[in-house]
Write a protein that binds this ligand. Structure first.
Ligand code: PBG
Length: 340
């Protein structure tokens, strides 16, 4: 016979794990389809679904497929989609991003016509639209805003802010409910807020990619969005994966500039950062489970090495437990089905 201590008599955690009923009763974190945002890649052309090789189940869709897709997403109880556009023509200034009939404005109108209550979030960045694949204007001789005192190849901050502001107004005019600036430019939230307010879109919210790391986990996305940088990488504007205090500084700036929702990206490798942002601020916090996180799970499952459903749901509940109120995920539709 073991000697029982008072502590043993007081509480034995396993009593609360015995059956699914008791586990459900004491569960601290519940996933729901209402937690998710589903990313959509929209391309030019007609009647196409072009599968993304490194992201099984994900495809680039033409605008004529969006009504059906939007109805399906809404039927599953998912409140929002986020749009990424792949334009037919790219140029040095990414002009398709602020063209009123550009690929994303067309997509926004198609979705809002089909399902008005489905929230449309517009990812606001230039990397899909520029011929060099960077997130804004690049300092190059002969190109707009060339400044000889700045390094060549430098991402020009303030001239890019003007274009982000202009494109945000165009997307708001098309019916976007939220603008999600993802380029990690200094002052992007403030510039977009001012432009939206001045143009009569004070009701359009900003979900800022406040804390976005220079991550290798975006690899499959760059295939999906056809947006890899032609030279260099994004380390001069996205965050160093080694830094956490800096994340709080970035988030504080976005709060001061008028952000409505703060995002941390990627998700699973950065749960400590997500938790710190959750604790430091009272705004809703979103986390982006990115393309590489999705691809890893899909690849392991395809090899029979992991159970996809179990590991995807475990990752999602971990992201929520760490502090996310909203999760952007390519698993949104599957997870919504698994949960109901
Ligand atoms: C655009 C943007 C990227 C992602 C979201 N918005 C790519 C990047 O920064 O290179 C990545 C999303 C994913 O990997 O799923 N700037």
């Amino acid at each position: 016979m073991m000697n029982q201590t008072v502590a043993d008599l007081a509480h034995r955690p396993r009593r609360l794990r015995l059956t699914e009923g008791v586990r459900r009763m004491v569960r601290e974190t519940m996933l729901s389809p209402a937690d998710f945002v589903y990313p959509l890649f929209v391309r030019h052309g007609r009647d196409l679904r072009v599968p993304v090789r490194s992201m099984p189940g994900v495809a680039q869709l033409t605008v004529d497929h969006l009504a059906v897709e939007a109805r399906e997403v809404a039927r599953l109880g998912i409140p929002a989609v986020i749009l990424f556009g792949i334009p037919e023509h790219k140029d040095a200034v990414g002009s398709d991003n602020y063209a009123p009939d550009g690929i994303v404005p067309q997509a926004i109108r198609a979705i809002k016509d089909a399902v008005p209550e489905l929230l449309v979030i517009s990812d606001m960045c230039f990397c899909e639209y520029t011929d060099h694949g960077h997130c804004g204007l690049i300092n190059q001789p002969g190109q707009p805003h060339y400044t000889p005192t700045l390094p060549e190849g430098y991402l020009l901050n303030d001239p890019t802010l003007e274009l982000l502001a202009r494109a945000s107004v165009v997307h708001a005019q098309a019916g976007a409910d939220l603008i999600a600036p993802s380029g990690m430019l200094d002052g992007m939230v403030g510039a977009i807020r001012r432009a939206l307010d001045a143009a009569g879109y004070a009701h359009v919210a900003i979900m800022s990619y406040a804390v976005k790391y220079a991550s290798g986990f975006y690899g499959p996305f760059r295939e999906a969005a056809e947006s890899p940088p032609r030279f260099g990488d994004r380390s001069q504007y996205q965050m160093d994966p080694a830094n956490r205090t800096e994340a709080l500084r970035e988030a504080a700036l976005d709060v001061a500039e008028g952000a409505d929702i703060l995002m941390v990206k990627p998700a699973l490798p950065y749960l400590d950062v997500l938790s710190a942002v959750r604790q430091a601020f009272t705004l809703p916090v979103a986390a982006y489970q990115v393309s590489g996180e999705y691809a890893m799970l899909q690849a392991a499952a395809a090899n029979g090495w992991l159970d996809l459903r179990r590991c995807a749901l475990e990752s999602l509940v971990a992201i929520k437990r760490a502090g996310a109120n909203i999760i952007l995920t390519y698993f949104a539709k599957d997870a919504a089905r698994w949960l109901t």
